[in-house]
Design a binder for this molecule. Structure first.
Ligand code: BGC
Length: 333
């Protein structure tokens, strides 16, 4: 074979190979494009409704349950619930998330309305045609469509009545509250105060804020018990207050002398009740709040009438009824 023939043969071979490879890659790319298209959600495979749920703290068992309740509705209804919130309590960040949800034009917003700063943002959502439901903490003077959560004033009264009964009407009380600014904590304190004020043998001698953290709750309870050694009972309005109060009482070797009542049946709080370090807990229904908030939002969007307020149950857990409580709680997630 002379060199010219060899060159032509090589060129023809290269050309044929290029054609075969082009054809092969063309069909491969077509198959890939078809696969991508198949995987892409089509208009009809997207949920009909996209909701935003904005809570106080992602890194918290109470809010984990609220989120779980809301997300579980996705299996039953044609909805997508985007659940978010600051990692640790941070009202400014919560407001930012609310603004983002409005700008994203979600179909409905469920939000914990911590304080008056939330009013303009709720108004903004509603003015843009996005219905808002308040959850856990209400803002009745806002244009929200409904509230779902504990009746926080009544729950404070329940705490007060329980303390009166358990202490037989004789107690010098210190209060640790999550925050002086947050509506629900204020209501829990007010309800409590209104009940115990009528009791001759009961006096509230101190009230401090825990900033919704167990560390600050412990510090405040420790200082309070040191400064006012006549305190015989502590009331905590936020989920982590009891853990802090119990730790302070333990450091001061006062566990046996103190009566303690606080909010929320977090696992750690239940253990403290079993160990007789906390006397009573106020149970709320965070899972139900999350689940029903979505159902409520669907009713609103379908134009069905809804009540202004849906109060979920609050009840008391003592060591005596803790097994019964746990059995019931395991039936509903
Ligand atoms: C309140 C929530 C709060 C949680 C954690 C609960 O008692 O209802 O609003 O985020 O405690 O502090």
């Amino acid at each position: 074979m002379n060199s010219t023939r060899l060159l032509y043969t090589t060129l023809i071979f290269c050309f044929a190979a290029a054609v075969i490879f082009s054809i092969y890659f063309y069909f491969q790319s077509q198959r890939y494009a078809a696969k991508v298209e198949e995987a892409m959600p089509t208009e009809s495979s997207l949920p009909t409704y996209h909701f935003a749920l904005i809570g106080e703290e992602m890194d918290h068992d109470y809010w984990r349950l609220v989120g779980e309740g809301a997300k579980d509705t996705e299996a039953q209804y044609d909805v997508l619930v985007e659940y978010g919130g600051p990692r640790r309590s941070n009202p400014e960040e919560q407001l930012k998330l609310l603004d983002i949800a409005i700008k994203s034009k979600v179909d409905g917003i469920m939000v914990q309305a911590l304080n008056d700063d939330f009013l303009p943002m709720i108004e903004k959502a509603v003015n843009q045609g996005i219905p808002v439901i308040t959850i856990d903490t209400d803002a009745p003077e806002s244009p929200r469509s409904a509230y779902i959560g504990t009746d926080n004033y009544a729950a404070g009264q329940l705490a007060g009545r329980t303390l009166v009964e358990d202490t037989e009407g004789e107690a010098t009380v210190g209060i640790i509250t999550g925050s002086f600014d947050n509506a629900h904590h204020r209501l829990r304190v007010e309800g409590f105060q209104d009940v115990v004020e009528g009791e001759e043998g009961i006096e509230i001698v101190a009230i401090e804020e825990s900033n919704i953290t167990r560390v600050v709750a412990e510090e405040k309870a420790y200082t309070m018990l040191n400064e006012k050694p006549d305190i015989t009972a502590l009331y905590g309005t936020s989920a982590l207050d009891g853990i802090g109060m119990a730790a302070a009482a333990e450091s001061l070797e006062m566990v046996e002398d103190l009566y303690m009542i606080n909010f929320d049946t977090l696992e750690e709080n239940l253990q403290l009740v079993e160990q007789e370090k906390i006397d009573a807990l106020i149970d709320q229904k965070p899972y139900e709040m999350g689940y029903r908030s979505v159902e409520l939002m669907l009713d609103i969007l379908k134009g069905q009438p809804v009540q202004d307020v849906y109060h979920t149950e609050a009840s008391i857990v003592h060591k005596e009824n803790i097994d019964q409580y746990k059995a019931q709680a395991s039936e509903v997630p």
